[in-house]
Design a protein around this ligand. Structure first.
Ligand code: FAD
Length: 382
């Protein structure tokens, strides 16, 4: 009999971060993943740590994003100290530019919105923006500097996190496909795998990314859906970019300061089910944005392309916390922000398990909101 304090279904950045936090508290934890751990959305991500909202629906998420960004330095220190693997964590801010439409008006809206939400945001004259990032193209018509934003290399972070979790005592079980939850009246007592094995636990945390809705007992609380994002890795021999460059059409994230420099660029937002193909249209969109942002990258070599499936939700908000099935906790739906939100998610889920309450108000993210029917479940992910 496999018996644990906590069984976590899904070994992406969310399941891995929760396992690390719980194992540090000496809880007996196992992470089950149906393939190798960290090979889905968390592997595909760009790694920007940006709590800024992409659209009005994201606004309730900003306090959670700010809280997580503030936890990042400690999160990285703990993981790097334990694993001795560098995560590529870089502070230094983001340069965001506007190239289209009424850029003057857009700029004042962005600045007012950021300030209203407590996010640092400095409008920059274009000459200063070009000095700050000489690769910036002449298409930019307005610019802001977001000094508190950071980035991380999600693949390095994933490797370091798995190592640190193992060292803290968590068990990691790849190639373990969970097919159902074990229910004992109104209590979730564990999980069953495709191989017929059972794992019993006081708490089951479902962190299966966009596949969470495929587990029938988790689906009513977590109507997740996949939202494809394509990415391109580039290498260029020119002057290295110093920070994240972003526009309304896309972004470029430097992975190092070396010459030649490795960069990643993205992304698309596509509702195409569980299809992970990289398409010519997707690449055209990303490379168009890159060439507009930094035309000197037109000569950069394409090193790799890939796509990943973000865990989208009907209201664009994550799904975090206990359900009305005792022992069953959901941690998914992080959509475009799972790398940013990993530390705060791990903290909150650990608080629920160890103290029965959280230090932040998480009502907006409750899995019960879908049972109450106050969310339009048919809303399209954007
Ligand atoms: C192109 C792209 C760019 C992104 N850029 C950023 C960014 O810059 N910043 C940011 O913060 N976020 C970004 N994201 C979003 C971020 O990657 C996700 O929100 C995050 O990775 C979700 O993590 P997760 O652990 O929930 O899911 P995943 O990483 O998808 O992990 C889920 C895991 O569950 C496993 N699983 C599923 N079903 C089962 C089952 N039945 N049994 C066992 N295991 C199961 C899967 O195999 C998988 O390993 C990006 C995403 C994409 C695709």
């Amino acid at each position: 009999m496999n018996t644990y304090d906590v069984v976590i279904v899904g070994g992406g950045i969310i399941g891995g971060s929760i396992a690390f936090e719980l194992a540090q508290r000496n809880l007996r934890v196992i992470v089950l993943d149906r393939q190798e751990l960290m090979h889905e959305a968390s592997w595909a991500a760009a790694g920007m740590l940006s709590p800024a909202p992409d659209c009005p629906a994201d606004i309730p998420l900003v306090p959670l994003g700010r809280a997580s960004l503030a936890l990042y330095p400690g999160f990285i220190d703990a993981i790097e100290d334990s694993s001795e693997i560098s995560t590529g964590y870089r502070t230094g801010g983001t340069l965001e530019v506007l190239c289209h439409g009424d850029t003057e008006r857009e700029l004042s809206t962005i600045v007012a919105l950021h300030h209203g939400l407590g996010l640092a945001c400095e409008p920059l004259p274009l000459e200063e923006a070009h000095e700050m990032e000489p690769a910036l193209g002449r298409e930019a018509r307005a610019a802001v500097f977001l000094p508190d934003e950071a980035s991380v290399n999600p693949r390095s972070l994933s490797a370091a996190l798995l190592d640190a979790s193992r060292m803290a005592g968590a068990e990691l079980s790849p190639r373990t496909d969970v097919v159902s939850l074990i229910k004992d009246k109104k209590r979730c007592a564990g999980v069953k795998t495709a191989a017929g094995e059972t794992f019993s636990a006081g708490h089951v945390v479902v962190a299966a990314g966009c596949w969470t809705s495929q587990l029938s007992d988790a689906a009513p609380y977590a109507p997740t859906r996949p939202v494809r994002g394509q990415m391109v890795a580039l290498q260029h021999a020119g002057k290295p970019l110093r920070r994240v460059l972003r526009s309304e059409r896309g972004y470029i994230v430097p992975r190092d300061q070396a010459t030649p420099q490795n960069l990643v660029a993205g992304s698309t937002i596509e509702n195409v089910g569980y299809e992970k193909a990289v398409t010519s249209g997707g690449l055209e969109q990303i490379l168009g944005a890159v060439n507009e942002l930094a035309p000197s990258l037109a000569g950069a070599e394409i090193l790799d392309t890939w796509s990943g499936l973000r865990p989208g939700t009907p209201d664009h908000l994550p799904i975090l916390g206990p359900t009305d099935t005792e022992g069953l906790i959901i941690a998914t739906g992080h959509y475009r922000n799972g790398i940013l939100l990993a530390p705060v998610t791990a903290k909150l889920i650990t608080e629920w398990i160890t103290e029965g309450r959280t230090s932040l108000n998480c009502e907006d993210f409750s899995p019960l909101r879908f049972l109450r029917g106050n969310v339009d479940r048919s809303a399209k992910a954007q």
